[in-house]
Each structure stands twice: as C-alpha cells, then as structure tokens.
Design a protein around this ligand. Structure first.
Ligand code: AMP
Ligand code: ZN
Length: 437
C-alpha cells in the first residue's frame, strides 16, 4: 500500500526532532498561559515566570493538572490569553458530563486546527476527487465546522448536511455521489437500518469511507458498520477542550489512532495515583495543546481511558498511536460493587450477529441491590413471534454478559428499530438509582 501524507516532513519527523519541536511550542504556550487569569498564578507558584523556565519537556510535570471543573470555574474568560478583538470564533463542549465549557480561537488558531483535520482526512486515502457529506451536528459542537473546514482544505466537495433527516441524507448521497461521510458510530448503525426500511440499495450509493467518532465504540461495532455498508470506517478522536476533531485519527492501517504530537503533548496517568502508567498500559489521557494561542490548556485530564501502542506503525508516521478509547474514568458504573464500563457490555452484544443495531443499559434499585437491565434490538431477520428462538437468544446474551462483567443482567429483546435513537451522541446508559444512597 502507498501511504499518503498531508505534511510528510512533520508526519514522519524523527522523534528527537519532534520532541525539540514540542519543547519550542510548549514554551510559546507558556507565554500565552501566563497572560491568562487562570494560569498566571498557578505557573508563578510552580516557579515558572517565563518560557525559559522550561528547560526540558519533563519540566511540564511541574505544572498542575487542569480539570473540567477548572474550565467551568474559569468561565467565561479565565483561560483567554489574547485581546477579545483578536478572537474570531468560539466553540463549546457538548456537555456530555455537565455544563459546557468554552474555547476561543484567533485566525491562526483556526487555520492550524483546519490543517490538523485535513491531515487526518487525507491520511485515510481521501483527496479532491471525493464528495464528503458531513452528517454531524453543526453549531457549538466542534465536529461540524471542524470537519467541514478540514474537508474543504483537502479540496473535497463538502456537503454540510448536518445530522438527522436520514431520508434527505440518502437523497444527497445519491444526487451528488457522496464517497465519504462523517457521523457518530451509532448514527451509522442507524443509517443502515433505515436504508433497508426505505429500500435504498448499497449499489445506488458510491460510499467508500466513513469517519466515526465523538463516542466510544468497539472494534466489533466498526466491523459491523463496515460489513453492513461495505465501506472503510476510521476512528476519529477529539474533544472541544483540545479544539475538537484532529487530535488523533486512524491512518490507512486502521490499527490505533496517531495522536498528532506536534500539536499535543500526551501523557497517560493512573487516574487514582495520578502517576504516569508504564508505556503501553491503559490509563487516563492527559493532553496539553501546542497549537492554540487564544485558549492555552495545559495538562488537561480528559478522563478518556486509553494506552499507547509501543511498536511503530507500518505507515511510517512517527507520531505515537493510542488505542481505541474504551470509556472514561468517570463513566464507570458500580453495580452491586462491581465496576462495569458500558463499553464492555457493548463489546459483548455487538459481537453477536443476531443482535440488532441499538441497545440501552438501565440500572435500577431492586430492594437493597442494584439491577442491571440490558435492552437490545434484534436483527431485522429475527421474528419477534418465534418465542423459542427469542428465549434462547436472550439466555445466550445473558450468559455471555455475565461471563464478561460478572453480573447477572436482565435481558430484554426489542423489535428492530424500536429503541430510541439520538442524532447526536447516543444516550445509552440510564442510571435510575437514587443519587444519595
Ligand atoms: P466533546 O468535547 O463534546 O467533543 O466531547 C469529547 C469527548 O467525546 C471525549 O473526551 C471522549 O470522551 C468522547 N470521544 C470523542 N471521540 C471519541 C472516540 N473516537 N472514541 C471514544 N470517545 C470519543
Ligand atoms: Zn499509521
């Protein structure tokens, strides 16, 4: 395979040079950080009065972590480092875990962000012959405008379709010969069900690739989407605190996400001890942005759980790869004392071919105990009136789940297409337990 690079010299830069570049950019970020109400006192307290006080990359560890809580406390301008007249855009996080936080960009920040997204897109094999339908929410959420600008930078024909309205999405795909889409993995699973319901054949589309991100999904879900739609799916990771998309992305090898180390410094820590994990181990990703002047953020605790691959990628890029995010250190469920990540449940049920494309997890109190219910749709070929078959399937799901998470769940089967679908990030977990016990 011939690999294509958007910035060959940067993407394949030898590590010593890459680290020298990181230090240079980190020092620039310190200059900007010292101009913010939030970081100025923190950096002074750490003995950092100017960029020259950071001698090596290791000196970054002298700076305390920044949390989502800090960002909220700093609302609205605590992290702004430039005069307001120089700010030309703001974005806000979708608030999956609470109140949104706001990020500001100057003109150069937007240009840089766009170039990182273009790098990701081009690295999957896309070019200016592609037609790109951006089926994700536009607006404060960074995924819409971020991918839009990156797609244009690559020279693709960009269709700003936004999310939802599946019928119109198919029309656009057919009318303009869409070759690549961007959506959440749950929406892509939904698209396939609608195609079948509306009688849209795969052959009437020219789709080759999809970028899927914004929420965790398993390798099985990726394969399922790829198989159903006959396309290549690439994992896209980003968060608004770090600009949005363009932080880490899969290359044509589809084996881990290259984290762009000329734009971000990544650390992986144990979320309990806050110490770095050993290379290759799973922990919480901590990111420092090197490519945004208007809102510098240092050592941000993303809460996302991942680990580095230790071996280099076949594509020749020198930027390290992270593993698919398996969940967040704060979405862990404790059910009758057992720690469970929703992604573990997803992994089990999505690996079963009789199971449909949508599922929900519900936790309730049943006396003193917690009760876990997993509601899943059955595949379109499964008949809801064949109770023997349904019972056998239910029992198989229950047993496999129990083997994986050690908890005995209740399993409910629902007709294909009957569980609620969200157009943005999927809400899959309904924790109905009273909060004060
Ligand atoms: P937001 O700031 O609203 O864009 O949300 C960012 C969060 O979405 C990240 O911190 C992750 O928890 C999640 N996320 C984004 N992309 C992915 C991905 N490819 N896989 C798993 N989680 C993701
Ligand atoms: Zn690669």
């Amino acid at each position: 395979m011939t690999y294509q690079y958007w910035h060959p010299d940067i993407e394949t830069m030898p590590r010593p040079e890459l680290e020298a570049l990181q230090l240079k950019k980190l020092r620039d970020m310190i200059t900007y950080s010292l101009r913010t109400p939030f970081y100025a006192p923190k950096l002074h307290a750490a003995g950092i009065k100017g960029p020259e006080d950071l001698k090596t990359l290791d000196d970054l560890k002298r700076i305390p972590f920044t949390t989502k809580h800090d960002l909220r406390d700093g609302f609205p301008y605590g992290f702004l480092s430039i005069p307001k007249e120089e700010v030309i855009r703001l974005h806000a996080s979708s608030g999956t875990t609470g109140t949104p936080t706001t990020i500001y960009f100057n003109r150069e920040d937007l240009r840089r962000w766009t170039s990182y997204v273009a790098r990701c897109i081009y690295g999957t094999g896309c070019n200016n012959t592609d037609v790109f339908q951006n089926m994700i929410t536009y607006g404060l959420f960074t995924g819409g405008l971020g991918f839009h600008a990156g797609g244009e930078e690559v020279g693709m024909l960009v269709i700003p379709s936004g999310s939802g309205n599946t019928t119109r999405q198919f029309r656009l795909m057919q009318d303009f010969g869409t070759t690549v889409v961007h959506a959440t993995p749950s929406f892509l699973l939904h698209v396939e069900s609608i195609m079948r319901a509306e009688g849209v054949s795969r052959d009437s589309l020219r789709l080759k690739r999809a970028f899927a991100g914004a929420e965790p999904y398993s390798e099985d879900t990726r394969r399922r989407i790829e198989g159903l739609l006959g396309i290549d799916v690439f994992n896209s990771y980003g968060l608004s605190e770090m600009n949005g998309p363009g932080v880490a992305f899969e290359c044509q090898c589809k084996n881990g996400l290259h984290l762009w180390e000329d734009g971000y410094i990544a650390e992986i820590i144990n979320p309990d001890t806050l110490e770095p994990v050993r290379e290759g181990e799973t922990g919480e990703l901590v990111l420092t942005i090197l490519c945004r002047e208007a809102t510098p953020i240092l050592r941000y605790r993303t809460r996302d759980l991942t680990g580095f691959y230790t071996e280099p990628c076949a594509c020749g890029r020198s930027h390290r790869r992270i593993r698919r995010i398996t969940g967040r250190s704060d979405d862990m469920l404790i059910i009758n004392g057992v720690n469970v990540f929703p992604s573990q449940i997803e992994e089990v049920i999505m690996a079963m071919k009789e199971v449909g494309n949508n599922y929900l997890i519900e936790i309730e109190k049943d006396g003193v105990l917690d009760r876990l219910t997993v509601k899943t749709e059955v595949g379109p070929e499964t008949f809801m009136d064949d109770s023997r078959l349904l019972n056998a399937l239910k029992e198989r799901i229950r047993k496999t789940l129990q083997a994986s998470i050690t908890i005995n769940p209740r399993v409910e089967l629902h007709e294909s297409g009957s569980l609620p679908v969200s157009e943005g990030k999927a809400k899959r977990v309904y924790d109905k337990r009273p909060k004060d016990v």
